[in-house]
Design a protein around this ligand. Structure first.
Ligand SMILES: [Fe+2]
Ligand SMILES: [Fe+2]
Length: 264
């Protein structure tokens, strides 16, 4: 299945929520554990621009389809952040840019070195780096679709569910881009398959790990991927990844749950 990048860039829209009755949260507020997960998701959506920065120093920036996609993708993710911040605001939780900035500053040298490291690594591996970037992106977007749909099901609040489904629909288009790119690029290069397999099994972590604290990562993963049904979602993501050329047998999401002791 081909991904039509021109169609994507011309139909990309910011997610809308102005028609949704957010005031309903005042009579029917969301529970603390859901707000905590939403706060995490909001923060990660806002963080997209930092990922973008890290990737623009790699060979990916030379590919026109990839850069066209990433431009629109970054914008869509930003608006996901804004939508979630609006839900949190009705609950008296202000997502503070200054606080976000200080989280990023605490990352200190690690964060500052990331673009440099990625540039060195990316340029060393050359074109095969893009394949790794694409499959990594696909894994993260599959996680996003699963997380938003799962939270919509778990919470059952009609307004929240509608917003999360709208966001998940956009995440599905992100999946389509990354997965199509990854499949084609991996199929063409054995070396890319070997590097992608190595990178995913050694370095991949759940979206937001490395940015958020371990406590927050644990909360979100237990909330959305714990228990029998949560584990089923994790297994589905792994199955998608394992279908990629050269990646059969990988179970990175379930491994991440096991590593954190999150019970099935
Ligand atoms: Fe998003
Ligand atoms: Fe996304």
């Amino acid at each position: 299945m081909a991904f039509d990048i021109d169609r994507y860039t011309t139909t990309s829209e910011k997610v809308t929520w102005q028609d949704l009755d957010f005031e309903s949260f005042r009579d029917d507020p969301l529970p603390e554990s859901t707000l905590r997960s939403l706060r995490y998701m909001c923060d990660i959506e806002y963080h997209t621009v930092c990922y973008l920065r890290d990737l623009l120093v790699t060979p990916s920036h030379k590919d026109v389809d990839v850069t066209a996609f990433m431009t629109m993708w970054n914008r869509e993710e930003f608006w996901h952040g804004e939508a979630l911040a609006a839900v949190l605001k009705v609950h008296g939780i202000v997502v503070d840019y200054d606080e976000l900035k200080s989280t990023r500053l605490k990352l200190g040298w690690k964060d500052r070195l990331d673009p440099v490291k990625q540039a060195l690594l990316g340029n060393l591996i050359g074109k095969d780096f893009i394949a790794v970037h694409m499959v990594w992106g696909a894994a993260n977007e599959w996680s996003a679709v699963a997380a938003y749909n799962r939270l919509a099901d778990l919470e059952g609040h009609p307004v929240l569910a509608e917003l999360l489904r709208r966001i998940a629909k956009q995440e599905s288009r992100h999946v389509a881009f990354y997965a199509t790119q990854a499949r084609d690029r991996l199929a063409k290069s054995k070396k890319a398959q070997v590097i992608a397999r190595f990178a995913l099994s050694k370095a991949w972590g759940p979206v937001g790990s490395g940015v958020m604290t371990d406590d927050e990562v644990f909360h979100v993963m237990s909330h959305l991927m714990g228990g029998t049904d949560g584990r089923k979602e994790a297994a589905k993501i792994d199955a998608h990844i394992a279908k990629m050329p050269g990646l059969s047998g990988l179970t990175i999401v379930q491994d991440a749950l096991d590593k954190r002791g999150i019970a099935a």
